[in-house]
Design a protein around this ligand. Structure first.
Ligand code: SAM
Ligand code: SF4
Length: 329
């Protein structure tokens, strides 16, 4: 194995978040409130299967063990199953995850699992179908729920759910969510709303910190679990009376960036060192032939030298990211 990807602050990168499309069929209020709007007139050219194979192969050679396939909505790609298979085939990759809005899961989850998908995250912002519609702009609550059942039927031992915490929208639903995970092996992760470049008043009206949930959990006997080196940023809590777990993703908390172990590739092949911040390092010209791998690895390493110690979200600086669908949230 080549030397592990590491930055100037001794953070090692085991985890790659790979976006495979910017396109999405949902209109989540905090992400694409007006739906997907193509940036250019011509059809966007997202990474091909060969380019995906080359970039994930290079990361795997430098110590990455986990790849999350994201977007936009990754399952909108017609070759999504082939993408999963290609990533799973890279020597050294032991975890292949995806984050999806879940609308295609009920039909396809078995096929994805057979292709090598090991972990799945589904976004569910409310357990109330009407509120789900209000937040996502799509009336697909029941379809997404069937998809989650199908994931258990297909053999996934745990399903992770992402719920963006939104004051006055879903912030009163904690008891409902706890009831839901009591008998189901679901890790429900509350994500604090992050401010992105195109967000207007939504942040000011609906951002709420996860601290009160954390205090509630601790006061009620929930215990913080120890993390593994390629885990994501959630603080995960478990409880002996619950089959499920609760995760909290709190990017505004001091020291959030200290344990950063992940890098991102956009759907057009740019390396992003952080969800927020820079314009990205273009890698696409080095994804055109297998023998470019050494040059590709060198460019990634020089990019890593530029990785900042942290984001500046708490200072209201959202960097260049217009919304998370553009970079793979
Ligand atoms: N379309 C897929 C989905 O929604 O699961 C994958 C892409 S989406 C950008 C990835 C995750 O980012 C979702 O769980 C979504 O809820 C979250 N997300 C998007 N915008 C966000 C924001 N402004 N603040 C916090 N989380 C956000
Ligand atoms: Fe689409 Fe996911 Fe963004 Fe919702 S959060 S609009 S499902 S990309």
């Amino acid at each position: 194995m080549a030397k592990q990807f590491e930055d100037n602050f001794h953070r090692k990168f085991y985890y790659l978040r790979l976006s495979v499309t910017d396109v999405c069929n949902f209109k989540c209020t905090y992400c694409l409130p007006d739906g997907y709007q193509p940036a250019e007139k011509k059809k966007p050219s997202f990474l091909t299967l060969e380019e995906i194979q080359r970039v994930t192969g290079a990361f795997a050679e430098c110590g990455t063990t986990k790849v999350r396939i994201t977007g936009g909505e990754p399952s909108l790609r017609r070759d999504f199953t082939d993408i999963i298979r290609t990533v799973a085939e890279q020597p050294g990759i032991t975890k292949v995850a995806t984050t999806t809005n879940g609308y295609r899961m009920a039909k396809h989850i078995q096929e994805w699992r057979d292709a090598g998908l090991t972990h799945i995250n589904v976004s569910v912002d409310s357990l109330d179908p009407k509120m789900f519609y209000q937040i996502t702009g799509e009336n697909m609550f029941h379809q997404v729920m069937s998809g989650i059942d199908a994931a258990f039927d297909a053999g996934f031992e745990q399903v992770k759910i992402n719920t963006v915490l939104l004051k006055d929208l879903n912030s009163q639903e904690l008891p409902k969510f706890l009831d839901w995970i009591k008998t189901r092996p679901i890790q429900l992760r509350f994500i604090e709303l992050m401010q992105t470049g195109e967000m207007n008043d939504l942040f000011n009206h609906h951002h709420v910190s996860g601290v009160s949930i954390r205090n509630h959990l601790i006061a009620n006997g929930w215990l913080l679990k120890v993390k593994s080196h390629n885990d994501g940023p959630a603080q995960v809590f478990c409880h002996p009376d619950f089959l499920g777990e609760i995760g909290l993703i709190m990017p505004y908390e001091k020291d959030f960036c200290q344990s950063c172990n992940r890098l991102r590739i956009s759907a057009k092949g740019k390396l992003h060192l952080c969800l927020f911040g820079e314009q990205g390092v273009d890698l696409r010209d080095l994804l055109q032939a297998d023998d470019q791998r050494p040059a590709l690895i060198d460019r990634i390493r020089s990019g890593l030298d530029q990785k900042a110690v942290g984001h500046f979200l708490d200072e209201g600086k959202t960097g260049q990211t217009p919304h998370l669908a553009s970079i793979g949230g």
